[in-house]
Design a protein around this ligand. Structure first.
Ligand SMILES: Nc1nc2c(ncn2[C@@H]2O[C@H](COP(=O)(O)OP(=O)(O)OP(=O)(O)O)[C@@H](O)[C@H]2O)c(=O)[nH]1
Ligand SMILES: [Mg+2]
Length: 350
């Protein structure tokens, strides 16, 4: 597991390509519209990783766990900007990841938002278990929070947004109308963790492509206004995490879904942890995807399961040994694209 040197998923893919003389494996995430020119330049990437390294280089916590934390300086600046822009908005839409309805809620943001009217947009529903998503909507409802299921890939759920905003602002709207201010414009700040789909949501709902979208965390770098229609304005904000995950399981789950920069982690270790999860939570799509047998894999140490998967996919290096680096990248990519099943990693308490 010597992948710390090579800088995460993309760096390793390149490394593999260089070693094998073949072109780098196609990045499934490039399908999301990320052009080669928009990828971070390797030098810049290395520089960024070096800057991170002192604070966040992965430390082994025993077994396959590692210490994960990512809170670069731009997130501190974003928090300050959000705080100062809050006075400009009427409501806040907090976008969370439907696969992680707890861990994808930033406790610092909740504190900043305070009593501002807010709605929760459970995005990436297409990747989550639909039955569990319904349970989460109920869970939030019991807490007095309006949550909407959303899929910015297909646009499903977008229709409920404006109604939900009007609902949470109904008292204000009545007060404005009493003062003769009909059609008072509504301003909504869109907040959330990195890579959760804030900019995708804005593009999709305003039918444009003005907000920059890429499949990596940390794309949006400043607050930016967008007009939805003459009555609604949306403020896009950069994704923010928080300085310390009290529970390392939270950091790990955020890393599984792509909210944490891959370059600060040992991707192979991360994929072993994901495989451990898959072994404990067997689902048929995963088994079928890699032609695995539930009983056969139940007792395997995760690294042997990764080797098995590498062999099944014909990922071999010289000497016929399994290429676990490449298989690890593939397992994570396929998980993130829900090719291993629509998996929600957190369940509401019954
Ligand atoms: N499958 C799926 N992918 C989505 C959805 N919404 C967004 N994405 C993808 O998620 C990735 C990140 O989207 P962005 O809109 O850039 O996320 P963001 O929250 O603005 O990210 P930062 O600006 O980095 O904080 C892109 O590859 C999108 O195509 C969704 O509902 N389903
Ligand atoms: Mg963005």
């Amino acid at each position: 597991m010597n992948n710390k040197k090579k800088g995460g998923i993309k760096g390793k893919r390149q490394h593999i390509a260089e070693r094998s003389g073949k072109p780098a494996q196609k990045n499934t995430r490039a399908k999301d519209g990320r052009s080669a020119s928009s990828r971070p330049k390797p030098a810049a990437d290395i520089k960024a990783r070096r800057a991170q390294k002192t604070k966040t280089s992965p430390q082994s916590l025993g077994d396959n766990s590692q210490y994960i934390q990512w809170f670069p300086g731009h997130m501190t600046r974003t928090k300050r900007q959000i705080q100062s822009d809050l006075k400009l908005v009427d409501a806040v839409a907090e976008i969370i990841d439907a696969r992680l309805p707890l861990s994808s809620r930033n406790p610092d943001l909740s504190e900043l938002i305070g009593g501002k009217p807010r709605i929760i947009l459970m995005n990436k529903c297409d990747l989550a278990d639909p039955k569990v998503t319904k349970k989460w909507v109920e869970y939030f409802k019991k807490q007095g929070l309006r949550a909407i299921e959303l899929d910015c890939k297909s646009g499903r759920g977008l229709g409920g947004f404006v109604t939900a905003v009007r609902d949470v602002l109904s008292e204000k709207i009545i007060a404005w109308e009493a003062k003769g201010m009909k059609n008072h414009s509504l301003r909504v700040m869109i907040v959330g963790i990195p890579n959760v789909g804030k900019s995708s949501f804005i593009n999709r709902i305003s039918n444009s492509s003005k907000a920059k979208v890429e499949d990596r965390p940390g794309v949006t770098r400043g607050n930016q206004w967008f007009t939805l229609d003459k009555n609604i304005e949306l403020l896009d904000t950069p994704g923010v995490l928080w300085p310390k995950f009290d529970d390392q399981a939270v950091g790990e789950r955020l890393a599984f879904t792509g909210a944490v920069k891959d370059q600060i982690m040992d991707v192979e270790q991360l994929s072993l942890r994901l495989l451990e999860y898959m072994q404990k939570n067997i689902n048929p799509v995963f088994l079928e995807r890699f032609s695995l047998d539930a009983e056969e894999i139940s007792q395997l140490p995760p690294h042997e399961l990764l080797e098995l998967i590498a062999r099944k996919r014909g990922m071999l290096i010289s000497g016929g040994n399994p290429d676990t680096e490449r298989a690890a990248v593939m397992v994570l990519d396929e998980f993130r694209a829900a090719k291993l099943g629509r998996i929600t990693l957190e369940l509401p308490e019954e």
